[in-house]
Design a protein around this ligand. Structure first.
Ligand SMILES: [Zn+2]
Ligand SMILES: [Zn+2]
Length: 333
């Protein structure tokens, strides 16, 4: 899937490789406008990614110097990564939603040992055993390239129109995948850049960051954002991974149904047992048996399980048992 492809309406898709990641690529979109190119996301920050981006721009008859601005769908390294290098080469501005900008500040402050300690304690709070905690520490975790070089210089709010010559682009805040995830509606072409909020072939990751129970109900946010997408009634969608979306409204509906099914399955899987977050993860259905999932895969699954558990608690379908460490939960009928 390397290279660049024209989408029509002055939009081009550039597949920027993500090194050593099963996702393979981030699909960066370049839009032509009278003042230059606007990029939706930038791709993974290493030489491999940079070469993919610059070669893709050359293929569509441009250079990185033509980039006027970068709009970021969300704060994940496969989206944010290269924006600092793009700005350095072109003088482009970088825009991101307020809530992910806050995250950016937090993550760049908490690095290395402090970050690892946080994850270790978090896993223990979730009920992970010593061997699972050790396995995570040994796993080759890809480090988020969140240097201050890629810090955004424009903050976006919901429903904000981004001032561009000759194009109508609006930010639509769609929290869930991250707190500040934004889809971009290119109104003049009626196409939605969906980032990681809606994908055609995969179900976007929704996780909780803090275990056993965090304040933020990420799944509730995600479901509300999907319903909002549906209500906008837009057909054509361009996601950041995989293939184009035929019908954004219909796909949003499918994703809601998928999570409703997972929630009722989890509620059933509880039975009469008391479960830690880790045990909840073990009982959910994954793409392969729990024992075969890699330590990093388990970490992602645990986050996903915590988000579903958090939402069951919000719906009064599960409750935390008081005074237990690690925390355990029971089903409410
Ligand atoms: Zn993402
Ligand atoms: Zn992504």
């Amino acid at each position: 899937m390397n290279g660049a492809a024209p989408i029509g309406d002055g939009i081009f898709q550039i597949a920027v490789p993500i090194t050593n990641n099963p996702l393979g690529h981030t699909l960066v979109y370049a839009m032509e406008s009278p003042n230059g190119l606007i990029l939706v996301d930038a791709g993974w920050d290493d030489d491999n990614g940079w070469n993919g981006l610059t070669a893709g721009l050359a293929e569509i008859g441009h250079s990185v110097k033509d980039v006027e601005g970068v709009v970021l769908t969300h704060f994940h390294p496969d989206h944010v990564g290269l924006c600092g290098r793009v700005r350095e080469a072109s003088g482009a501005w970088i825009a991101m939603h307020r809530s992910d900008f806050d995250e950016f500040e937090l993550m760049t402050a908490a690095r290395d040992q402090e970050f690892l300690n946080f994850h270790r304690q978090n896993l223990i709070n979730a009920g992970a055993g010593p061997s699972d905690v050790a396995a995570f520490e040994l796993a080759d975790a890809p480090q988020a390239p969140t240097t201050s070089a890629s810090k955004p210089d424009r903050i976006l709010n919901d429903d904000e129109r981004i001032p561009l010559a000759g194009r109508e682009l609006r930010a639509v805040h769609t929290p869930g995948h991250t707190p500040g995830h934004v889809c971009f509606h290119l109104e003049d072409a009626d196409v939605m850049f969906t980032g990681d909020h809606v994908l055609q072939k995969t179900t976007p990751h929704v996780g909780a960051f803090q275990y056993p129970m965090e304040e933020r109900d990420a799944l509730a946010e995600f479901l509300a954002s999907l319903r909002r997408m549906k209500s906008m009634n837009i057909t054509r969608g361009l996601g950041a991974h995989g293939i184009p979306i035929d019908d954004v409204a219909a796909r949003s509906d499918e994703l809601v149904a998928h999570h409703e099914e997972r929630l009722s399955h989890l509620h059933e899987a509880f039975g009469d047992d008391e479960l830690t977050v880790w045990q909840v993860a073990e009982r959910m259905k994954w793409y392969k048996p729990w024992g075969d999932i890699s330590p990093l895969g388990k970490h992602m699954a645990l986050a996903e399980a915590a988000a579903h558990l958090r939402h069951l608690v919000a719906r009064n379908l599960a409750v935390q048992v008081p005074d237990r460490a690690p925390a355990v939960f029971v089903r409410v009928e």
